[in-house]
Design a protein around this ligand. Structure first.
Ligand SMILES: *Cc1c(COP(=O)(O)O)cnc(C)c1O
Length: 404
């Protein structure tokens, strides 16, 4: 039996990294009736439910159109296909992201070109991009990592100057803002995921592409149904990537609540800042930096601990039953499947040190104050014991060894 978290017993209970049941309990009845509606209709693929969600999502992001698809990964793939990205092309992206960002590029036959991140936001560094642009560069995919937008002004300037479209990987950032505009309308297309742990999560896989370009929109709508222009007529090769009506019906219940959940995530983040500062833990932990250019929606609350202490911190948190995880432990330029691209350790120093030093803490909307306190208690205890151990092991300053 898994222990049930109750308000009367918060201190003795484990704190999960994310608890989807808390949210489900609040909207269970609406979800059930939405699912019933779809079952009664027996229309399961695309159809009215998906059309309605597409309208709602386009309106939410202030985009001209939104196109449902099977996953965030496919949203990226379909976007690249619609931009004619293929063999011989290069697409610039960040190595510090979920695999799908680069996987989509490689799936088109194009070459992922990795450039390093800004250590403050963990998002792609515009300066590094401009050095990587070549005559083969066909697109760039900034990732709005952990729920905060990349530095889009700088990226848009590069995009215009070199005529290279931007595909936003907004899978972790639905509702995030940049300069008062929503993630998803800051490039040629915006890609969203409804994976259950994303800020707007379905009951399975699902995705969405937003765009203001009617030509791209038409093409993506075609590409998601094998390129069918109607009547089983295929002028180009597409894929099967449709959104299920069941997912759309469930997401239509959740979308109107998204802003309130994002606000709760932001409140939790603010609470951590306060608690961690009150406990004097900010010498050891670096907290997420909120850029003034936009609104962070905290898909993850990712802290950083310098040096070689991260794994001990994770171990200590887990021993104290605090859910945490490392996003991401291996930067993509060092993944086995990209070995042939020829990158080596040391090529992306900021991404590599981030992979070695970050850990994400529970920040889901329903996290209670008592749970946050428990997370911070566990951090304080673990840090105290890590720092004690390191003073015992190295009681003296090690003299600098001079080269002969
Ligand atoms: C989740 C995610 C994806 C892929 O979404 P799926 O729906 O799981 O295919 C792509 N990029 C990033 C940054 C993600 O977090």
């Amino acid at each position: 039996m898994t222990e049930v978290l109750t308000p009367s017993n918060p201190l003795s209970s484990p704190v999960p990294l994310i608890d989807l049941t808390a949210q489900y309990r609040m909207i269970q009845h609406q979800i059930t009736s939405a699912v019933q509606r779809v079952l009664s209709s027996q229309c399961f693929i695309l159809g009215d439910e998906v059309n309605e969600l597409e309208c709602d999502a386009a309106q939410y992001c202030d985009a001209q159109d939104a196109i449902g698809c099977a996953s965030g990964s496919d949203a990226l793939l379909l976007s690249l296909m619609a931009l004619d990205v293929g063999p011989g092309d290069e697409v610039i992206t960040s190595p510090f992201t979920f695999f799908a960002t680069a996987g989509a590029i490689a799936r088109t036959g194009a070459t992922p070109v990795f450039v390093d991140i800004d250590p403050e936001t963990y998002c792609i560094s515009p300066g590094a991009i401009s050095d990587a642009i070549t005559s083969r560069t066909k697109a760039m995919i900034p990732v709005h990592l952990f729920g905060q937008c990349a530095d889009m002004d700088a990226l848009q300037r590069l995009s215009v100057k070199h005529d290279i479209p931007i595909v936003e990987d907004a899978c972790q950032a639905i509702g995030a803002e940049y300069g008062g505009r929503k993630a998803g309308v800051l490039g040629a297309t915006g890609c969203f995921s409804f994976f259950p742990t994303k800020n707007l999560g379905g009951a399975g896989d699902g995705g969405m592409i937003t765009t203001d370009d009617p030509e791209l929109s038409k093409r993506i709508r075609r590409l998601r149904v094998h390129g069918d222009v109607g009547g089983y007529t295929h002028q180009e090769l597409g894929i099967n990537s449709r959104l299920d009506a069941l997912q759309a019906a469930i997401l239509r219940v959740k979308l109107p609540l998204l802003d309130q959940w994002s606000d709760a995530r932001r409140t939790n983040a603010e609470r951590y800042r306060q608690l961690l500062s009150d406990r004097g833990l900010l010498d050891d932990l670096e907290l997420p930096v909120e850029k003034s250019y936009g609104k962070h929606v905290y898909n993850q609350f990712t802290v950083r601990i310098r040096g070689d202490r991260r794994d001990a911190l994770v171990k200590g948190l887990r021993e104290r039953q605090i859910g945490c995880n490392i996003y991401y432990p291996v930067p993509l330029h060092l993944q086995k499947c990209f070995e042939h691209l020829g990158y080596e350790a040391g090529d992306m120093p900021e991404s590599e040190s981030a992979s070695h030093e970050v850990v994400s803490l529970p920040v889901f909307p329903e996290l209670t104050e008592a749970q946050a306190v428990r997370v911070v208690d566990a951090l304080a205890q673990t840090l105290a014991s890590i720092n004690r151990a390191s003073t015992v092991a190295f009681p003296f300053t090690i003299p600098q060894i001079k080269a002969a």
